[in-house]
Design a protein around this ligand. Sequence first.
Ligand SMILES: *Cc1c(COP(=O)(O)O)cnc(C)c1O
Length: 437
Amino acid sequence: MSQSVNGWLQRDAELLWHPYSSLAEPSPVRLVRSADGVRLQLDDGTGGTVEAIDAMASWWCMIHGYRNPVLDAALKRQVDEFSHVMFGGLTHEPAVRLGERLVEITPEPLRHVFFCDSGSVSVEVAIKLALQYQVARGNHGRTRMLTVRGGYHGDTFAPMSVCDPVNGMHSLFTGALKEQVFGPQPPAGFDRPDTDPELQAWAGELAALAERHAGEIAGIIVEPVLQGAGGMYPYSPACLRVLRELADRHGFLLIFDEIATGFGRTGTLFASEHAGVDPDILCVGKALTGGYLTLAAMLCTSDVAHTVSNGPGGALMHGPTFMANPLACSVALASIDLLLSQDWASRVAAISAGLSAGLAPAAELPAVKDVRVLGAVGVVQLGGPVDLPRLTEAALRRGVWVRPFRDLVYTMPPYVCTDADIATIGAAITGAVEEAG
Ligand SMILES: *Cc1c(COP(=O)(O)O)cnc(C)c1O
C-alpha cells in the first residue's frame, strides 16, 4: 500500500459518498486489505491488521465466500472470451444458459427473463411490466401498486415509492414519489397458521383496501416471508396465499421481490416455496452472482410476457447498457451450479440451528427486545437505536464484522461458514450487544 491507511481514509472521507452517508459528517469506514473465504482483513488504523468473519456476506450476496476458486475460474474463463457486448441485436451463451437455469429453478409458471444491473432496476422493470400489462388489457386507470408497510424494494424512484413510507423517508420526496396503496404490515411471526385471528384481521383489511382501490391497482409487490432492509421481519407464508387470492380476484399481478430471500436464504430455494404460491413476476439479485458482480433478473409468466408483447407498446420498454453482461452471467451460472451441487438446504438448516443457539443468550439481555432466526438469518432487535460505532467496534474485537441499522443487529452469513464460524458470530453479536447495546 503506497500510503498510510489514514491517507486513504482521509481522501475517502473528503471524496466519496458511502451508502446513506453525509459528507459533512462522514461516519467512520474501515480499509479492507484483503478478503478470503468468509474472512475480511481490515487495517486496524496503526498499520496492523484485524481479521473478521463477514457476518453480513457483503450485504447478503457473498454466499460462497470471497475468492471462491469455482467462481474465480468461471470469471477468468469469460474474461478470456469477451467481457462485454451490447445485448441489443446480439446474444451469448452465458446469458442463454443463465436464463434457462433461472427458469428451471424458479416457480414453474415463470418462463421469461429480463436481465438488468441491480436489484432496484429489476423492481423498476417489474413495476413497468405490470403497468404495461394493464394497459395491454385495456385497464387504463391501473397505475398504482398495492403493498404492505415495512417493505424495502430499493433506492431508485419506483422502488422507493413502495418502500415503507416512514423508513423510506417519503416525506423528503413528497410530490416526486408516486403515491402507492399501503396495507398494514403482516402480523409478526413465520409460524402463524391461516386460521390465526390476527392474520385473518390483516387479511380482511387487505381485502377491503384491494376492493376500494381495485380500479387503480396494477399489481401487488412484497418481499415474501421476510422483510429485509425494512426491518428484518419474518411473517407467515399464509399471508402470501391471501395476496395471491386478492390478485386473482381483482386482476392484479403479484410481484415477489426475492432479491434478499432468493437462493436458499430462508431455508427454501425461493421464499415463495414456503407458501406454495407462484408469483406472476419475480425479482432476483444480490446472491445471484455469489456476490461477485452486480446483476439482477426479472422473471415473468408467459401470459404476462405475451400480453405485454401484443399490447400497444409491442415491447417491454427497457434496455440497460450493461444488460446481461457476460462476466456477470458467467459467474451467476457458476454460483447457482455450485449452490445446487451441494446439500445447501442442510447447510442452511445447520446455520439456522447454530444461530438460534448462539443468539439465544441475547434474549436475556436488558437491552434486547426480540431475538429471531429464519433460515440463515439471525436478528437481535434492541429496545432503541443501535450505537453503531460502539457496536461495530465491540463485534470486531470479537472477530466479527456486522453492520447494524436502526435498532437491529443481524447476520446473514455466507453459507460456507463452518459451525465454529457460526458459533463465533453468535457469541460476538451477543457479547457486543451486552457491551454496547
Ligand atoms: C437490496 C434489495 C433491493 C435493491 O437491490 P440493489 O441491488 O441494491 O438495487 C431490492 N429489494 C430487496 C428486497 C433488497 O433486499
